[in-house]
Design a protein around this ligand. Structure first.
Ligand SMILES: Nc1ncnc2c1ncn2[C@@H]1O[C@H](COP(=O)(O)OP(=O)(O)OP(=O)(O)O)[C@@H](O)[C@H]1O
Ligand SMILES: [Mg+2]
Length: 365
C-alpha cells in the first residue's frame, strides 16, 4: 500500500537517506531500528510529507504523493502520526483535543466527533479524563490521548516516532500495551523504537537502518536472532555496558537510578527488566554491601546483550571477603532472589577490589 522508490534525502551537512526502496503492505507492523542519525525519523516523517525527499517517489495506494500539486491533506487523512512529545493543545480539554482534528480535517459533525472520541478514550482506559486538560495528566496518559487523537481520524496507516522515549519508565508499559493492542487489531503501523523487546513482540517486520537506507529488512526472528549482514550483526550483538563507581555510603542514589533508567531506555531493556535491575541494585548496594564496608569502593557494571536478551550485573568492592549470600539481611536477599537467576561470589585481587559478585537476571516476562 506504500511504496518508496529511490528515496534520497539530503540536508546541508548530512545525507541520511541515499537510496531507499521498500514496500509496506497492508497490515504490516514494522519496527524501525538502528543507530542514532541513520534517518529513521526522516524516513517516517517523509511518509506523511512532513519532509519531502530530495529525489525519489512515494506511492500510497498506487498514487504518487510526491507528485507536484498533490494535496497534502489527502495523505494526512490516510496516514496518522504519533510524536514522541505528544503535541496536545494545552488550552483544550482532552475530549476537544481528540475532536478538533476530526472537525477541522474530516469535517465531521461535533456529535460524531464526540462519540468517536469517547469510544476511543474508553478503549485506552481514560474516559474519566475527558474533561480534564493535558497538564493534569501523566506522560503515559498524554501519550495514550495522542494515540486516540491519531486514531480518531481512522487512518489507514499509523506512524509512531519513539512513542515511549519521553516517558517515565513506569509509564512505558501502559503505552506499549495500547500500541500492541492496535497491532493485534490489524492496523498498518510503522514504529521507530529503541526498545528491542517491544519491537520483537509487536512487529511482523523489522527495518534495520544504516548506511543511508534500510540496510536489512526481515522478520523479528531474522533480524534479532539471525541477522545476515555485517552491520546488523554488530548492532544486534553489541554488548552494552554501564559502569558506575560508588565511593561513599551516602552516594547520590537518585543520580545512579537515573543513569540506569537512561541506559535501559537507550538499549531497549524492557521496563520489567529495569525494575528488576534497580531493585537488585538498591538492595545489594544500600542494604547488603555498603553497610559492611568501612571505606567503600564499589564498582557496578551492568551489561546487556541484545542478542540473548540477557542482563548481567557485576559488583566489585573492597574490604574483607564477604559473600552477600551469607548476609543476615534475609528480607533484602529475598527481594533480590525474586529478580535474579544466579548470584556468584568470588574473591579477587584487582587493585582496590577484593570481592566480585556476578548476578544474572530472570528474563522471562
Ligand atoms: N531538519 C533537518 N535539518 C538538517 N539536518 C537534519 C534535519 N533533520 C535531520 N537531520 C540530519 O539527518 C540525519 C538523520 O536524522 P534523523 O533524525 O532522521 O535520525 P534518526 O535515525 O531518527 O536518529 P535518532 O535515533 O537519534 O532519533 C542526522 O544527521 C540529522 O542531523
Ligand atoms: Mg529519530
Amino acid at each position: 500500500m506504500i511504496e518508496l522508490r529511490h528515496i534520497r534525502k539530503e540536508y546541508e551537512i548530512a545525507t541520511p537517506l541515499k537510496d531507499v526502496n521498500v514496500t509496506i503492505n497492508k497490515g504490516d507492523v514494522i519496527s524501525i531500528i538502528g543507530p542514532s542519525g541513520t534517518g529513521k525519523s526522516t524516513l517516517i516523517r517523509m511518509i506523511n510529507l512532513l519532509e519531502y525527499p530530495t529525489s525519489g517517489q512515494i506511492f500510497v495506494d498506487g498514487e504518487e504523493i510526491t507528485a507536484k500539486g498533490y494535496d497534502i491533506n489527502k495523505v494526512r487523512k490516510k496516514i496518522g502520526m504519533v510524536f514522541q512529545s505528544f503535541n496536545l493543545f494545552s488550552h483544550l480539554t482532552i475530549i476537544e483535543n481528540i475532536m478538533k482534528p476530526q472537525i477541522d480535517l474530516l469535517k465531521r459533525e461535533r456529535q460524531e466527533a464526540y462519540d468517536k472520541a469517547i469510544n476511543l478514550l474508553e478503549i485506552v482506559g481514560l474516559k474519566d479524563k475527558a474533561l480534564q486538560y493535558p497538564d493534569q495528566l501523566s506522560g503515559g496518559q498524554k501519550q495514550r490521548i495522542a494515540i486516540c487523537r491519531t486514531l480518531a481520524m481512522d487512518p489507514d496507516v499509523i506512524l509512531l516516532d519513539e512513542p515511549t522515549s519521553a516517558l517515565d519508565p513506569t509509564m512505558v508499559n501502559e503505552v506499549q500495551e495500547v500500541i500492541n493492542d492496535l497491532a493485534k487489531r490489524g492496523h498498518t503501523m510503522m514504529i521507530v523504537t529503541h526498545e528491542m523487546n517491544f519491537a520483537r513482540k509487536i512487529s511482523n517486520r523489522v527495518f534495520y537502518m544504516d548506511q543511508g537506507g534500510v540496510y536489512e529488512d526481515g522478520t523479528p526472528e531474522e533480524i534479532f536472532d539471525n541477522p545476515k549482514r555485517e552491520r546488523t550483526k554488530v548492532f544486534i550483538r553489541q554488548l552494552k555496558v554501564l559502569a558506575i563507581d560508588i565511593n561513599s555510603k551516602d552516594f547520590d542514589f537518585m543520580s545512579v537510578i537515573s543513569q540506569i533508567n537512561d541506559y535501559g531506555l537507550k538499549n531497549g531493556i524492557s521496563p520489567r527488566m529495569y525494575n528488576r535491575i534497580y531493585s537488585v541494585f538498591e538492595e545489594m548496594s544500600k542494604e547488603i554491601i555498603l553497610p559492611v564496608l568501612d571505606n567503600p569502593k564499589l564498582k557496578v557494571i551492568i551489561e546487556y546483550s541484545r542478542k540473548d536478551n540477557e542482563v548481567m550485573m557485576n559488583m566489585r568492592y573492597n574490604g574483607k571477603h564477604f559473600n552477600p549470600s551469607d548476609s543476615d539481611n534475609e528480607l533484602s536477599m529475598r527481594i533480590i532472589q525474586n529478580s535474579i537467576k544466579t548470584i556468584t561470589h568470588t574473591t579477587i585481587e584487582d587493585g582496590d577490589y577484593t570481592n566480585n559478585v556476578t548476578i544474572t537476571f530472570k528474563n522471562e516476562d
